[in-house]
Design a protein around this ligand. Structure first.
Ligand code: AQP
Length: 349
């Protein structure tokens, strides 16, 4: 049976990269799949979070999910820390995954930076918790942005190693094919699987980047969106790229064209054609594209922002939705983790 799981960290306001890279697919998959969407607050504290801000961010990310089209009646929507099976299964996976596997994780290297000795142990073990998030529900499909590809491969490796290590007990439990955890498939599709920073076309748009000008937040108003796009980095080339191959060598322009295509629901070629046809409008060859991009971004994000603000007026209602989702999530994860205990050899009474 196909089941979808995905999550985002409440580490700040969600941005266009989160929205186009993951959320758009989440909403689409609700139509065809059983979906479980999580606000991954345990992941968030792998780097320091102010407790008051974290609480607010958990509610705001929940509101952003709903405002973007997630239906909490249809899909399960909850925050990770209310379902203890995530942390418990993560511990088991800490003992299944190998140090060598985690040493290869590029996100840890990027996030820990030069001061690696001072990074939290949680940041290092982050991918094991992510594997637990997915496998606690035996989810088969995980819609994420491209940056999560390596973590998904690790989750597959953990599933396979668990199945091998505990094969006898798994078969004894009635899984004749020996598959207790199905290796989950990443779903990295859609119009923009990797949205880049507006200030540097070689870096991904990210919540934790210090410059707010590098990203468009779902909470930005029309003026902020217009300002950020106006000041988005371009280049000094005298003419727009003539074709898609040339576009690839100009990362900032590629990014703006890609975002425009994704938001307007057109092909990248069609977005590039617009850039080419408006290049003489001046004062810069990118003015026409930036104007069109601002228009479509404001039209798409404006209603989402308004809905987030409306939902945030009633935090008790958001907490109620999360409590309900947590209950439904536990109803799935509880029995699976109980079987894990048997398979691993824990006594449970
Ligand atoms: N720039 C991006 N382009 C496409 N997809 C993206 N995602 C994040 N950035 C981009 C996808 O959004 C989902 C949630 O990500 P996350 O909040 O769990 O953490 P992250 O990937 O680390 O996102 P950020 O924005 O960079 O947050 P910080 O800075 O706090 O770490 C994932 O599916 C991710 O692929």
């Amino acid at each position: 049976k196909e089941r979808v799981f995905s999550g985002m960290q409440p580490t700040g306001s969600l941005h266009l990269g989160n929205y186009l890279g993951a959320m758009v697919n989440w909403i689409e998959m609700q139509k065809t799949h059983e979906c479980i969407y999580c606000v991954v607050d345990l992941h968030a504290i792998t780097v320091w979070q102010d407790p008051k801000e974290l609480k607010n961010a958990i509610r705001q990310v929940t509101a952003a999910y709903i405002a973007s089209g997630l239906d909490p009646k249809k899909s399960i929507l909850f925050n990770q820390s209310q379902v203890p099976e995530h942390a418990e299964l993560a511990w088991v996976f800490n003992c299944v995954a190998r140090l060598g596997w985690l040493n290869r994780m590029t996100q840890f290297k990027e996030k820990a930076g030069k001061d690696r000795e001072n990074a939290s142990v949680g940041l290092y073990a982050y991918p094991n918790l992510m594997a637990a998030d997915i496998l606690a529900y035996r989810a088969t499909h995980v819609p994420v942005g491209e940056d999560q590809k390596q973590h998904l491969e690790l989750a597959r490796d953990i599933a396979q190693k668990f199945n091998n290590d505990f094969r006898d007990g798994i078969v004894e439990k009635g899984y004749a094919d020996g598959i207790f955890f199905p290796p989950p498939d990443p779903v990295i599709t859609g119009p923009a699987t990797r949205v880049m920073s507006l200030r540097d076309g070689t870096k991904k748009m990210s919540k934790s980047e210090p410059s707010d000008m590098s990203r468009i937040n779902l909470m930005d108003d029309a003026d902020a969106i217009a300002d950020k796009i106006k000041r988005a980095k371009t280049d000094m080339e005298p003419a727009p790229p003539s074709g898609l191959e040339e576009l690839g060598a100009r990362p900032e322009i590629d990014n703006l064209v890609g975002i425009y295509a994704a938001l307007a629901g057109i092909s990248k070629q069609a977005a590039l054609d617009l850039l080419i046809s408006t290049a003489t409008e001046g004062p810069s060859i990118y003015t026409g594209l930036k104007r069109a991009l601002t228009e479509v971004a404001v039209a798409r994000l404006g209603p989402i922002r308004a809905e987030i603000i409306r939902l945030m007026n009633d935090p008790a209602e958001i907490d109620r939705i999360l409590a309900d989702g947590s209950k439904r999530a536990r109803a799935i994860a509880g029995p699976i983790y109980a079987e894990v205990k048997d398979v691993v050899g824990f006594v449970r009474s």
